[in-house]
Design a protein around this ligand. Structure first.
Ligand code: B16
Length: 214
């Protein structure tokens, strides 16, 4: 019997990389507000919800801002971000990621997305993966951000599988903590390998195959 029946993937930083577009969109908003913003601050926004990201940016804001104004600025950021996302295409999906996903699917694994982004379906469409995944849990169906496990718990629910039959793949420590809180095994990729808390440290996306078949 297989150890796992499904793999739940974070989107940004695992399946694709939208950091540069988030950066450009937040930078435009920060510049208009006269707030200092750089790539190091942008790195703190990975996996963090839109409003929480804005609160981090506002740490350097001198004035007061109402909730209504915050809504306006985050909507503006999202409009700019969505325009930039139109630059994405299936060419942004690496051969290694596509091959590994196809291989997992061909061997009977269910595949799901667990992302904080409300734009997850749009991004998947741009990558040519609009109809690819068996379930998508994203920023539209959660009320709590990682490290809360909600996004992954919902993904398992949508798949109709118990947590212990799902493995989560994530690039940030908050996501690994979310997987642990949701009683799921995890594979860390990129920066997340440094935290030492994941069930598997993946040096490349292809290593995922070895991990699930172990
Ligand atoms: P949106 P993930 C996250 O995606 C991004 O890493 C993070 O930078 C972003 O703020 C968040 O989604 C919300 O995105 O503004 O599109 O709803 O890593 O959870 O796939």
């Amino acid at each position: 019997m297989k150890k796992y029946n499904a793999v739940i993937f974070d989107l940004d930083g695992v399946i694709c990389h939208t950091d540069k577009y988030h950066y450009q969109a937040w930078k435009a908003v920060a510049d208009e507000l006269g707030i200092y913003f750089d790539e190091e601050i942008n790195n703190r926004l990975r996996g963090v919800s839109r409003m929480e990201s804005f609160e981090i940016i506002l740490e350097r804001y001198e004035g007061e801002m109402s909730e209504e104004e915050k809504e306006c600025w985050t909507t503006k950021k999202n409009d700019i971000y969505k325009e930039l996302l139109k630059n994405m295409s299936p060419a942004d999906l690496s051969a290694e990621v596509k091959e590994t996903l196809d291989n997992l699917r061909a061997n009977g694994y269910k595949l799901a997305i667990g992302s904080s982004s409300k734009n997850a379906r749009f991004i998947l469409g741009q990558l040519g993966l609009g109809e690819y995944f068996d379930a998508i849990s994203d920023g539209n169906n959660i009320s709590k951000s990682k490290p809360d496990p909600e996004v992954f718990v919902k993904a398992a629910e949508f798949l109709g599988l118990p947590a212990e039959k799902c493995m989560v793949v994530k690039d940030a420590e908050a996501g690994i903590n979310a997987a642990i809180a949701g009683h799921m095994d995890s594979g860390a990729i990129g920066d997340a390998t440094g935290c030492g808390k994941a069930t598997y440290n993946l040096t490349s996306f292809r290593d995922l195959w070895k991990a699930v078949e172990e």
